[in-house]
Design a binder for this molecule. Structure first.
Ligand code: HEC
Length: 108
């Protein structure tokens, strides 16, 4: 029982406290990268700015229009339903969860 054990305990305590918040940040970061890579050429994906494609709703308006907890469903279904010309647009649930985490960050 020396200083070594105490610092190990402190490190574990830190991980337990910081874990969920950091996981949420990582998910949002993945979602943002995904949106930038795939969605951004048509949708505005940031807190400001118009969509490059006029018909495509800015992502921040998705966060305003739908309850945030339904957004993962909206993303999985909406992306399939609203992009009929792009049948390969199929989000995996994990990707939808990441995007939802990102959309949360667009909320004020
Ligand atoms: C080639 C252009 C294009 C790309 C790329 C694109 N979208 Fe869209 N998206 C649109 C257009 C246009 C609409 C509006 C369709 C409509 O309202 O009928 C739309 C609508 C949507 C909707 C439906 C919104 C609603 O009100 O129901 C969602 C959700 C959506 N897009 C998500 C995404 C996601 C997530 C990606 C990236 C994985 C993506 N889109 C990539 C053009 C695009």
């Amino acid at each position: 029982m020396g200083a070594h054990n105490r610092s190990l305990g402190a490190a574990l305590g830190f991980c337990l406290l910081a874990g969920p918040a950091m996981a949420q940040d990582a998910s949002g970061a993945r979602g943002g990268a995904f949106a930038r890579a795939i969605c951004a050429r048509c949708h505005a994906i940031r807190a400001r700015g118009a969509s490059p494609m006029r018909e495509a709703p800015p992502f921040r308006s998705l966060a305003e229009r739908f309850p945030i907890d339904d957004l993962a469903d909206v993303l999985v279904e909406g992306v399939e339903r609203r992009h009929p010309a792009m049948p390969d647009f199929r989000l995996a649930p994990a990707e939808a969860a990441d995007l939802t985490a990102y959309l949360r960050t667009l909320r004020r």
